[in-house]
Ligand binder design. Structure first.
Ligand code: GLP
Length: 237
């Protein structure tokens, strides 16, 4: 019996990072030009060259809304590594949206906040979703083992995820232990997804997506079941 799954993934391998991010910029621009109104945004080092291109472009998001994938729990909004601070610095100061939404990581009751965020997501059509990928195959902060039908929820971060993200903090101790993340089913509702996977550290996760079975143990593999995904990578798998 074959485990082969017919996939709609459009994989573009672009060795030159400048060219790869130019292409990513064009995918976003095309989505905007074609009338996308609601954009799902992502954080992480992978997104920096893309946001740099958008900041320095004439793209106009003032008639659009944004929703971010996730936010750390318990990190003050003013902390430079909170995702709200990251988004303001990397994008929103220069490219404001009509309305930008992130989970509130300072909410007194993070579970109630997750429910509020899920409700907001269910009331909108997500036209476009930007995604990075964790070294362990997480998307958003949906860690391995997260049910594919999950909605927005509070997650305990894996030690490996905290270690991977510790480079942005002074020490591992400062990296929050929990986050609020859009669930996998919320991400899969997006009409179009752009996944960017750059650098050797992402090879195992990307290999699982391109060659492995769809499994909750590697969350990104669910994208094989989405009808409209572009994958941009510098890795030859
Ligand atoms: C973080 C974020 C993800 C991101 C991933 C990769 O933990 N929650 O949304 O895609 O890790 O980050 P980076 O691009 O810095 O490698």
């Amino acid at each position: 019996m074959s485990n082969h799954i017919k996939t709609e993934l459009k994989i573009e391998t672009i060795n030159d990072l400048g060219a790869l991010y130019d292409r990513a910029f064009n995918v976003v621009k095309n989505a905007l030009d074609k009338g996308s109104k609601n954009f799902g945004l992502a954080t992480g080092g992978t997104m920096l060259p893309l946001y740099d291109r958008i900041r320095n472009s004439d793209l106009d998001f003032t008639q659009c809304k944004s929703v971010n994938l996730d936010e750390y729990v318990g990190l003050p909004k003013a902390h430079p590594e909170s995702y709200i601070a990251f988004m303001k610095q990397q994008l929103f100061h220069d490219k404001p949206f009509k309305k930008s939404n992130l989970p509130n990581g300072e909410a007194v009751d993070p579970h109630a906040e997750a429910a509020r965020y899920e409700m907001l997501l269910q009331q909108m059509t997500l036209d476009f979703q930007l995604l990075g990928i964790g070294e362990n195959g997480h998307i958003g902060f949906n860690e391995p083992g997260t049910p594919f039908d999950s909605e927005t929820h509070v997650v305990e971060l894996e030690e490996s995820t905290r270690i991977a993200n510790a480079r942005f903090f002074n020490s591992l101790n400062e990296v929050p232990t929990e986050a609020i993340t859009m669930g996998i089913s919320s991400i899969m509702r997006a009409k179009q997804i752009l996944l960017i996977a750059v650098g050797e550290k992402k090879r195992p996760a990307l290999e699982a997506l391109l060659k492995g079975e769809v499994t909750e143990e590697i969350p990104v593999t669910i994208l094989k079941k989405h009808p409209n995904v572009i994958v941009l990578t510098d890795l030859v798998i």
